[in-house]
Design a protein around this ligand. Structure first.
Ligand code: ADP
Length: 512
């Protein structure tokens, strides 16, 4: 956790991502975000509103479908009606005119025949009347057109003294081309009127859409992207008139409730995580102190070496001084100074390791990290005849961005555990510390040839207070895993196929 304080706001999640995701302090925003922001700054416009465009498209498609269906149905009904009218005209001729025409033909009154034929031609849809008499006489009234006609043929017969006389045939030609023209005109009228209706409905719907939805959606986007400059702690409010609640109000209320809950939840998690981290730091310090307590004897021994050397060199100095051997005296004094530096380095390293301090990450070479860590524990290993073997090849020059003391603490915990597992076993006792590259990460392995991890604790190995040792606290591995995870790394454990345990931790390589 960085020490920076997070503001209480509905956008806390954004801020957290920014805190962890961009340590440079610059928030990188996607192009989608900027286009939304751009939209939010503008007033509502049809061109920008995909929803409005879809709405218009849906209305146009649906109304076209309705128009085509209803126009088709209306045209069909009209066509049926026109055909009925044609039939009706033919029926009138058959029922009202045929008998008197037959009489006129029997009497051979040509004036009357022509008058009757002219009467028939006035009936609706009738274009031409043709009369063909059996003696070859032919009468025709009206003008036939070449196509689109309907013919009705009536035979003409006269009964005289019980005898039937065939007088000829009457052909009625009805005009259906007019019916078709009327239908086309009718269809066009319906289509145009429906199109105008649809256009008016679209305009009205857009107006309603903008009034009821569009402007508020713009406002919601502006609020969510923060582009309207509001205080992010204020709940979202829409500028609306009227008291009736609708779904938009429900949406805004639901958002505000959710936002409030998230803020509270976030705050709670933040406090919990701060408490946890404080506790972890304290535990880690305690763990280091316990480790150092255990290592105090070896520390005293480690310091003993340079101090003994210093005493020895001081005696030699005195001798050189009495013999006036100034050059030799100078070299020996330099050795004293180096030994004193070595002793103070041991003290500094120990103090740095135990001291309570703020976390600080730095770039460190993998080799330097492992070498200085092994130096701290080397003497304890020597005392129980455990060989520490460092196996680092190409990874040696890789650099990791870590809190050195914390990762050293993890490694020392793993090394101490390995030594504990080896101490009761016959020699050779070996701990290999390997560093290998694994998918852009450095994997550090601590492998021992001890008895392996007890299967009974394998599942709960990293839980606090799990131990198989009489004097164990069972917090070393729990703290180690917390430290590694705080470095976005992983700490795992497994038994080796040929005996012994293997602990490995992955660390990201520094990009520098
Ligand atoms: P403690 O060392 O106080 O027991 P740890 O959390 O460091 O606490 O270790 C928990 C347990 O994990 C140990 O008690 C031991 O049973 C097991 N363990 C850890 N490292 C090894 C190892 N290298 N070999 C076998 N068992 C191990």
């Amino acid at each position: 956790m960085s020490g920076r304080e997070l503001p209480t706001s509905p956008h806390l999640y954004h801020i957290q991502t920014y805190e962890f995701g961009y340590p440079s302090g610059k928030m990188k925003l996607s192009s989608a975000y900027w286009s939304k922001l751009h939209l939010a700054r503008k007033r509502w416009s049809f061109r920008d509103s995909r929803l409005a465009r879809r709405l218009v498209m849906a209305i146009v498609l649906f109304s076209s479908l309705l128009t085509v269906t209803f126009t088709g149905a209306q045209l069909y009904l009209q066509y049926r009606l026109d055909l009925q009218n044609v039939d009706q005209s033919a029926q009138i001729i058959r029922d009202s005119w045929l008998a008197s025409l037959t009489e006129s033909i029997w009497d051979y009154d040509t004036d009357l025949i022509e008058m009757q034929l002219n009467g028939m031609i006035n009936l609706p849809f009738i274009m031409q009347i043709q009369l063909k008499l059996s003696d070859g006489q032919y009468f025709a009234v009206g003008h036939p057109s070449a196509d689109d006609t309907l013919l009705f043929k009536f035979p003409l017969q006269h009964v005289q003294a019980g005898k039937m006389h065939a007088l000829g045939a009457l052909t009625v030609v009805a005009d259906t081309a007019r019916i078709h023209q009327d239908l086309i005109r009718y269809a066009l009228t319906i289509l145009v009127s429906n199109l105008i209706k649809a256009a008016l409905v679209v305009i009205f719907m857009l107006f309603i859409f903008q009034l009821l939805l569009g402007q508020h959606l713009i406002q919601i986007v502006a609020y969510l992207t923060g582009s309207d400059g509001h205080d992010p702690r204020q709940p979202m409010r829409l500028h609306r008139h009227g008291k009736d609640r609708d779904e938009l109000d429900d949406l805004v209320n639901a958002y505000n409730d959710m936002s409030q809950r998230l803020t509270e939840e976030n705050q709670r998690r933040l406090e919990e995580s701060e408490q946890r981290s404080a506790m972890q730091q304290q535990l880690a310090r305690m763990d280091r102190q316990v480790t150092m307590g255990e290592m105090a004897t070896s520390l005293a021994h480690e310091l003993n070496q340079p101090l003994a050397s210093i005493t020895g060199y001081a005696d030699i100095c005195r001798r050189f001084l009495s013999q006036q051997e100034m050059a030799k005296l100078d070299r020996t004094l330099e050795k004293i100074s180096n030994e004193a530096l070595r002793a103070s380095e041991i003290i500094r390293r120990t103090r740095e390791f135990v001291r309570s301090r703020k976390t600080a990450r730095e770039n460190i070479r993998v080799y330097d990290l492992l070498e200085t860590t092994l130096a701290i524990i080397q003497h304890s290993a020597d005392q129980v005849n455990v060989e520490l073997r460092l196996e680092v090849d190409a990874t040696a020059d890789e650099v990791v961005y870590i809190d050195k003391i914390q990762i050293q603490q993890v490694l020392i915990n793993l090394l101490k555990n390995a030594m504990d597992a080896l101490v009761s076993l016959p020699e050779p006792r070996l701990i290999r510390v390997r560093a290998v590259m694994e998918q852009e990460r450095v994997r550090i392995q601590v492998i021992d040839n001890g008895s392996g991890i007890d299967p009974q604790v394998m599942e709960t190995l990293f839980s606090p207070f799990v131990t198989t040792k009489d004097d164990g606290m069972g917090i070393g591995l729990a703290i180690s895993r917390a430290i590694v995870e705080a470095h976005h790394g992983q700490l795992r454990a497994d038994n080796q196929p040929d005996g012994g345990a293997c602990f490995e931790l992955d660390l990201a390589i520094s990009c520098e």
